[in-house]
Write a protein that binds this ligand. Structure first.
Ligand SMILES: [Zn+2]
Length: 323
């Protein structure tokens, strides 16, 4: 049996998976409120103690966490714990345990996803020997490089979401000036994420969208902007949303060039499945390929959105099985 986890700031998914040659099979998957537990070890022990499967023999474990993992430890943003592979191993009776960045976990899942769990944005022509890249806009902008090794993707962690955003148009340059005045710098995550869409909307409206009540929490702004833009109900929301989609395409193209992603570009995270019509209207792909003299190369790279919301947990199970 394999134990997999996807540890987030608000909720944590934990699962027991049966090993299988094509992909691990989930037998017991449950969601926990992260902060109800005092530590990752305690959370995993609660999960195992309350499993309907009874006492199980866990052969290996892997948990994906938001943030960099260094020497088997991670400090988490939004969670007042540090976590370690040692405490994970303790909680499962000493079996091999691995803590990985959440995008590394998701990257392990890419190889085993079925066609119906992806939405193709650009068919391209996948090079079976080529590398891939992964990016996931959500609370931040997670990234990973997928290095092809022995016929499968080996994910390499990245903190590329914190690299500098490169503006391409006068409007983006004006936005970058606005961001720098407000936040001191313009990293890609402050454009291509949920909060990034909130920043863009603040910029295009000159404040809060007039369709929203004045006491609207920041976290409610991005879903409003997407929905209002797609429904054509507010011009400033529409502009913010189009800037967002185009910037995301351009940033994905930059990452694809860094990794020479002829094997595929994969878009994960919570936002893309909810804004598919906006990603499929041509703006994303146009921004992705518009990097002369590399336009033809970028046009051959397959691009797909990951639709399975539990792909990160599945990837952690794959990671555990590969130990
Ligand atoms: Zn608006």
């Amino acid at each position: 049996m394999l134990l997999a986890g996807d540890l987030g700031g608000t909720k944590t998914l934990v699962g027991l998976f049966e090993e299988h040659p094509s992909r691990p099979r989930p037998l017991d998957v449950r969601t926990f409120a992260t902060l109800d537990a005092p530590s990752l070890g305690a959370l995993v022990r609660t999960f195992l103690d309350t499993s309907p499967l009874g006492a199980v023999d866990v052969r290996a474990a892997c948990v994906g966490v938001a943030g960099p993992v260094v020497a088997g430890r991670a400090e988490l943003t939004n969670v007042p714990w540090s976590v370690s592979e040692a405490e994970l191993a303790d909680a499962i009776g000493g079996a091999p345990s691995r803590l990985v960045n959440d995008l590394v976990a998701l990257g392990h899942g890419v190889d085993v996803l079925h066609d119906e769990e992806m939405r193709v944005l650009q068919a391209g022509k996948a090079d079976p020997h080529g590398n891939g890249v992964l990016l996931a806009p959500g609370t931040g902008l997670g990234q990973a490089l997928l290095v092809r090794r022995d016929g499968r993707f080996e994910p390499m962690p990245s903190e590329g979401g914190h690299t500098d955003f490169a503006a391409r148009t006068d409007r983006e340059i004006a936005f970058v000036r606005w961001l720098i005045a407000r936040a001191g710098r313009a990293d890609v995550e402050s454009v291509c994420s949920g909060p990034g869409l909130g920043n863009l909307a603040h910029f295009t409206h000159g404040g809060l969208c007039p369709l929203l009540p004045a006491d609207t929490p920041e976290s409610d702004v991005p879903p409003h902007v997407s929905a209002t833009a797609l429904a054509g109900r507010c011009e400033a929301c529409r502009e913010a949303f189009h800037l967002f989609v185009s910037a995301l395409g351009a940033v994905a193209g930059n990452l694809a060039l860094h990794g020479l992603a002829t094997g595929g570009v994969f878009i994960g995270g919570g936002i893309p499945p909810r804004i598919l019509p906006g990603l499929e209207d041509g703006r994303f792909v146009e921004a992705f390929v518009s990097k002369a003299p590399m336009t033809a190369l970028l046009g051959r790279m397959p691009i797909a959105v990951i639709l399975n919301p539990k792909a990160g947990l599945l990837g952690a199970a794959v990671c555990a099985s590969r130990r």
